[in-house]
Design a protein around this ligand. Structure first.
Ligand SMILES: [Zn+2]
Ligand SMILES: [Zn+2]
Length: 343
């Protein structure tokens, strides 16, 4: 089978022929039908700011496909089933895994970083990571549910505890944040405010129904700008990784508000008004990936038409175009939400 391989020290993928072993106990061989190209793949492959646990590695963590062959002990799926693969890997046995919160596992990992992913025609994957994908959802859209949609879903629903009618602010409406806008509406938010420095990303947020758009290039202070347009925010999600967006937005938070950090930044976080955190009883927390609840719930929301993500797959490409897709995403060429490979 063909695979796009990342060799240590290289800044581009090589298309190679590889053979896979037979699936082991509890594993299946999957024919990959679609794999999303994520911003973290750009950090891994083009920038080298993220690393794999071992090289060479097949990247790709937004995977859908068809079950081809079952190893011993598999019982939930059969050959021919359409599936989405959860993006995160875990031990499956610790107390967090047993509680269904795999993203709290000590051994949490990601396909395409910690084991081979979906930039390939086929892969071997544990049956426990699979979720049934109905015919009504195309493989390309099913694939991106695994991270681009499930990560903001976990942040909004299980970390932000969004309640109906509440005001939501989303900093950074790229490939992940844009879906926080769509999800906030689908989950019954009142007003949704999108903030970004990129006009194209804001146009996407507008197309997904954001009530207010704030271009942070024109705003002196992100918190003051947010306060002005929102009147007060209940759930703030930050995908930008820019410390000032969170630090300055305390002033815009309502009493009992939740500020959830998803985008990874590098600078220190200093709150200019810590007394407001205390007086308003504001929660500040992080959110990483999602757990086993996300994919079944999202598949239901999409297949019933409650969540319309038809604008999210910008274009589909052959495996051989993987490098080109990474560069196009890095340069935001064509204002993409998600490029998807169809190996
Ligand atoms: Zn990702
Ligand atoms: Zn575990």
């Amino acid at each position: 089978m063909k695979a796009a391989l990342l060799v240590s020290g290289k800044k581009e993928l090589e298309i190679v022929e590889r053979s896979l072993p037979a699936p082991g106990t509890g594993q299946v061989r999957l024919r990959v039908k679609a794999c999303g190209v994520c911003g973290s793949d750009v950090h891994l492959i083009l920038h080298g700011t993220m690393k794999c646990s071992a090289y060479p590695r097949v990247p790709g963590h937004e995977i859908s496909g068809v079950v081809e062959e079952l190893g011993e002990g598999c019982h939930r799926f059969k050959a021919g089933d359409r599936v989405v693969v959860a993006a995160g890997t875990s031990c499956g046995e610790c107390r967090h895994c047993l509680e269904g919160q795999e993203n709290l596992c000590d051994q949490v990992g990601v396909f395409g970083f910690d084991r081979d992913g979906g930039y390939a025609e086929e892969m071997i994957v544990d049956e426990r990571y699979l979720n049934l994908l109905p015919e009504s959802i195309p493989f390309s859209l099913g694939a991106i549910l695994a991270d681009a949609v499930s990560t903001p879903y976990h942040a909004l629903r299980y970390r932000g505890h969004l309640r109906a009618g509440e005001t939501v602010a989303v900093f950074g409406t790229g490939g992940l944040g844009i879906h926080a806008v769509a999800l906030a509406r689908a989950l019954g938010a009142g007003r949704v405010i999108a903030l970004d420095v990129d006009g194209g990303a804001l146009a996407n947020a507008d197309a997904y129904g954001a009530d207010e758009i704030v271009n942070l290039r024109e705003a002196k202070n992100p918190g003051k700008a947010l306060k002005e347009v929102s009147g007060g925010v209940d759930v703030l999600l930050d995908f930008s990784g820019r410390a000032e967006n969170v630090a300055e937005s305390v002033r815009a938070m309502n009493r009992g508000g939740r500020m959830i950090l998803v985008g990874i930044g590098r600078s220190a976080l200093h709150f200019s008004m810590p007394f407001l955190l205390i007086e308003r009883q504001i929660t500040v927390g992080g959110s990483y990936g999602s757990d086993r609840r996300a994919l079944p719930e999202l598949i239901e929301l999409v297949s019933t038409g409650r969540l319309d993500l038809t604008k999210s797959v910008t274009s589909v490409h052959k495996l051989e175009e993987a490098n080109e897709c990474l560069h196009a995403l890095e340069e935001r060429r064509g204002n993409p939400i998600r490029f998807v490979l169809e190996p």
